[in-house]
Design a protein around this ligand. Structure first.
Ligand SMILES: *[C@@H]1O[C@H](CO)[C@@H](O)[C@H](O)[C@H]1NC(C)=O
Ligand SMILES: *[C@@H]1O[C@H](CO)[C@@H](O)[C@H](O)[C@H]1NC(C)=O
Ligand SMILES: *[C@@H]1O[C@H](CO)[C@@H](O)[C@H](O)[C@H]1NC(C)=O
Ligand SMILES: *[C@@H]1O[C@H](CO)[C@@H](O)[C@H](O)[C@H]1NC(C)=O
Ligand SMILES: *[C@@H]1O[C@H](CO)[C@@H](O)[C@H](O)[C@H]1NC(C)=O
Length: 413
């Protein structure tokens, strides 16, 4: 790892010289306050070189026609998120607005890069002249862990979806802004859209964003029928496992197996026949079926049990709210009996939003998507692909003609 940015040490040195006079102490204090925030921010992110496990090395560099850089971006609560910057070397110089792409639950940023360049939105955006920044949530495979805890510590998994709203997304958007000095174009998928809808209710976050594209958009989960979430929610599997002390949710560990076993037995599903992706997203129409084993390796990454639990809570409550710790927990965390809701109407009406959703989606259900649209102040552009289910918006073979060409137009209009 290599540190790429240094605090302006020279400025600090001359600032110290100012204290020679008492009168100037006040001026010094003011100067310190002015310097404090840029120093803190500039000092923290790092460029990561020579990561032979990373997204750049694994998915981008082998293609030969893209430049890719790996960054480690810290959050206030100590996680080190992976962000990759992908630019095309086929075009002279990127002049268009930067794009930030945010994946869904149990995925990493690699989800944007698993198909060929002409079938993958990240590469299409890079080829059309955008610098593309790819976000990776805490604990996903292509992030950089935590400054204190390791994956085997229970503290590493002690976070809810609200932490993605409060920390991960704002940190990454601020990082992209600091890199480019531009407002950015946002693309989210699934839980990436859900996190964005909640974060964008904060003016400090939404002010960094110029336009947003929401693929398989989610706010409400009232009508979910995808087996993993719906069945689990009504079995209260999340509560059973949290009580049993399970912190990490992975389909490969003991807790995850117990969870999927519960769901599979109850729903009488065949769960270990390579249909894991369908278990999470519902059936997809238009993916390359011979690539399913490959997709499943990458697209079933670990997350926290509390993240899954919060999704299950939202299925049960039908709301769009913070984690429900129960009566006493809520009083301790929020000083109120119920967790507060994220107010979708706080997203500025003049933020241009495009929503693309599928007629067969069992996670971003059509009724929930209409409720979401009704909750927004603005008037988003809506694309419905009748044949598509949830995962098709990132992995379908014909997503370029169905969706991505429209995304490029939306960004460039
Ligand atoms: C990266 O690896 C190459 C080859 O092993 C080495 O020459 C180079 O110094 C390394 N760079 C850094 C920054 O570690
Ligand atoms: C962004 O603006 C700051 C302050 O004007 C400047 O120091 C920095 O070099 C700019 N960064 C880029 C990437 O343009
Ligand atoms: C589907 O994936 C296989 C294996 O990667 C590949 O050989 C084939 O060309 C792909 N088919 C299409 C239509 O892209
Ligand atoms: C992701 O990380 C987990 C835990 O470290 C590991 O078991 C798994 O093999 C990794 N998957 C990929 C595709 O790198
Ligand atoms: C994409 O594939 C689906 C399923 O084969 C089909 O119904 C749809 O018409 C295709 N879309 C385009 C633009 O080819």
């Amino acid at each position: 790892m290599e540190r790429c940015s240094n605090p302006p040490a020279g400025k600090m040195g001359s600032a110290v010289a100012l204290i020679s006079s008492r009168k100037q102490t006040v001026a010094f204090m003011v100067l310190l306050m002015v310097l404090a925030s840029p120093i803190a921010r500039a000092d923290v992110w790092k460029e990561v070189t020579n990561n032979t496990q990373g997204i750049c090395f694994t998915f981008v560099e082998p293609l030969g026609s893209y430049q890719c850089k790996e960054f480690s971006v810290p959050t206030e609560d100590g996680f080190l998120l992976g962000v990759q910057k992908v630019s095309s070397t086929k075009i002279a110089k990127a002049k268009k607005d930067p794009v930030f792409m945010y994946h869904g639950i149990m995925q990493g940023g690699d989800v944007w890069l698993l198909n060929s360049p002409s079938e993958s939105l990240a590469f299409l955006l890079a080829d059309s002249g955008h610098d593309v920044f790819i976000g990776n949530t805490r604990s996903s495979n292509f992030s950089y862990g935590h400054k204190t805890y390791s994956r085997s510590d229970k503290e590493f998994w002690d976070w809810t979806w609200d932490d993605l709203v409060d920390h991960d997304l704002p940190s990454m958007l601020q990082f992209v802004h600091d890199q480019t000095n531009e407002t950015l174009l946002f693309v989210g998928f699934s839980q990436g859209t859900m996190t964005a809808f909640a974060s964008f209710t904060q003016s400090s976050v939404v002010s960094l964003v110029k336009k947003a594209v929401m693929l398989s958009p989610i706010a409400y989960l009232r009508h979910v029928t995808a087996p993993l979430l719906e069945v689990a929610a009504w079995l209260f599997a999340d509560e059973i496992l949290l009580l049993a002390g399970v912190y990490e949710f992975s389909v490969e560990n003991e807790g995850g197996r117990r969870f999927t076993d519960m769901v599979c037995k109850s729903a009488q599903l065949k769960c270990y026949d390579g249909s894991l992706l369908s278990l999470i997203t519902g059936p997809n129409c238009c993916m390359n079926t011979s690539r399913m084993p490959y997709y499943t390796i990458y697209e079933v990454q670990s997350t926290s049990m509390k993240n899954i639990a919060q999704m299950a809570q939202l299925v049960r409550s039908g709301g769009f709210s913070r984690f429900d710790y129960g009566l006493f927990g809520n009083l301790a965390h929020y000083r109120s009996i119920f967790p507060s809701s994220y107010d979708l109407s706080a997203i500025p009406a003049d933020l241009p939003i495009m929503l693309a959703h599928g007629g067969q989606d069992t996670l971003a259900d059509k009724v929930d998507v209409s409720d979401l649209i009704a909750s927004l102040q603005g008037d988003p552009q809506v694309i419905l692909v009748p044949e598509y289910a949830h995962g098709d918006f990132v992995l379908a073979l014909n997503a370029t003609t169905e969706v991505y060409d429209k995304v490029l137009n939306f960004f460039n209009s």
